[in-house]
Design a protein around this ligand. Structure first.
Ligand code: NAP
Length: 437
């Protein structure tokens, strides 16, 4: 009997593993589960809607899905429809690639007030993740603070700043496009607790703020160091040096007459979200950076904002029975091995870091381990897909196959207006309606 694998989570990390396993073991069955009816994880729900080029990677994943031994089973949630323990008895290998689907918390007073959103939630809202379709974030004030100096913070700032015309070719959900266009926001504050040289922006993404239609980026020249500290050797150092050059150019900008200002605010650590019943301000403390760490200086400043979006990183969420490191918010593992027959890769293994190519490398390394372990594997073959199908049928689970997804995909493409590549269905029921379920 041939081997069988189940990959839980259909983002890039899961697909890269499916690709290797299905190529190296052409007889093996590879099932990819996702709790959503659609595949592709963060490529659909995380990558910015105006970065369509990045989303082209799904073509490669579709080729994997076209292999006869690989199946997509959408709308199947581990913990709800099938347990992790059951998967272990059904498949020879269980690979967990569920990403980091939860916002990290700041741990400051006021962060649970209405008007404060984590970027996972907020990005999910504009990208049509069904869990956040009805978020209705309050964008009714003139000031919005975004906390964090990574690419997610830049994504959120840019999506808030662009005009509908600039978003014409983006697959942002209509509900979000309209809410953002209706917002009277005049000032967006992008807040870093350390300095410009410490930001984890990538230069291409930072450079996009140079020339926005209705928004001017403002940087205080005084905050930009003449040089990075130390040698500039690694790729990361070069990237940080480019960031400084871009920020230096932006620091020549003047407010002018554009209706929206994006303020890059460095050396400012969040202390408290102010307000009773709703966010009404953000209190920050000035910092200086000592040996790479933000040190508080005692100088306080307050921003007049009624919306606060945190973009400070994510955590994974375990399902019952999966060993988990609560501190780091990742699956407990040794180089991707969790326990015999169980593996993990991507953000839920390493933490929420790295762009898609970095996760590819991680997945390839874990796939290699799986293949090595398989050679040593003495225990009997497990029943595989037949057993899962029987179980899901008995439980009345509506499974969305790859062919079903193609129908949803076609319907989304067809209903998109103008130059939009698609108008996503942001509710599970809407997707299932396309399939007459
Ligand atoms: P990130 O790059 O790790 O940035 C997180 C930011 O949050 C850092 O600036 C960090 O500051 C800050 N932070 C953490 N805790 C904080 C606190 N308590 N108070 C204030 N600030 C705090 O993570 P990310 O932006 O979520 O991105 C995740 C990964 O996805 C990254 O690898 C990113 O490059 C990638 N991504 C790429 C793209 C793209 O290529 N277009 C788009 C989106 C995301 P410190 O540095 O001081 O800790």
């Amino acid at each position: 009997m041939s081997k069988s694998f189940v990959i839980v989570g259909s983002g890039p990390s899961g697909f890269y593993i499916a690709d290797v396993l299905s190529k190296k073991l052409p007889e093996a069955a590879v099932d990819i589960l996702d709790r959503l009816p659609n595949p592709f994880g963060l490529v659909r729900g995380g990558v910015a809607p105006d970065h369509q080029g990045t989303k082209n990677i799904t073509r490669q994943f579709e080729r994997t899905l076209q292999r006869s031994t690989v199946r997509f089973l959408g709308n199947v949630e581990v913990g709800r429809d099938v347990s992790f323990a059951e998967l272990k008895t059904i498949y020879d290998g269980v690979i967990v690639t569920i990403g980091s689907p939860q916002d990290r918390k700041l741990g400051i007073p006021g962060e649970d007030l209405p008007g404060v959103y984590g970027s996972w939630t907020f990005v999910g809202w504009y990208n049509g993740h069904p869990a956040y379709r009805d978020l209705e974030p309050d964008l009714s004030g003139k000031g919005i603070a975004i906390i964090g100096n990574g690419n997610v913070a830049l994504d959120v700032a840019r999506i808030l700043a662009k005009t509908p015309a600039e978003m014409a070719k983006a697959d942002i959900c209509q509900h979000a496009l309209e809410a953002i266009a209706a917002s009277p926001v005049e000032d967006i504050y992008l807040i870093g607790r350390r300095g410009p040289g410490d930001a984890s922006f990538t230069p291409a993404e930072l450079g996009e703020f140079a020339d926005l239609e209705r928004c001017v980026a403002l940087v205080d020249k005084v905050q930009i160091p003449a040089e990075l500290n130390g040698d500039v050797g690694t790729k990361d150092d070069k990237s940080r040096q480019k960031n400084l050059e871009i920020l230096r150019r932006l620091s020549d900008n003047r407010p002018g007459d554009k209706p929206l200002r994006l303020h890059f605010l460095f050396y400012a650590a969040p202390l408290q979200v102010l307000g009773h019943g709703h966010a009404q301000g953000l209190r920050l403390e000035r910092t200086r950076v000592d040996s790479g760490r933000a040190v508080h200086t005692g100088e306080i400043l307050e921003l007049p904002v009624t919306t606060v979006i945190t973009a400070i990183g994510y955590r994974s969420v375990p399902f019952p029975g999966l060993p988990f490191d609560e501190n780091r918010g990742v699956v407990l593992n040794q180089d991707g091995r969790v326990e015999p027959g169980v593996y993990t890769a991507g953000w839920c293994r390493r933490g929420p870091q790295g762009v898609i190519p970095e996760n590819r490398a991680d997945s390839l390394a874990v796939a290699k381990l799986i293949l090595e372990d398989l050679e040593q594997n003495q225990h009997a073959d497990r029943p595989g897909p037949v057993a899962l199908d029987r179980l899901l049928r008995e439980r009345g689970v509506v499974v969305v196959s790859y062919e079903d997804w193609l129908k949803i995909n076609a319907a989304e493409t067809q209903r998109a207006a103008g130059e939009k590549p698609r108008e996503k269905f942001a509710r599970v029921a809407e997707m299932l309606t396309v399939l007459n379920h």
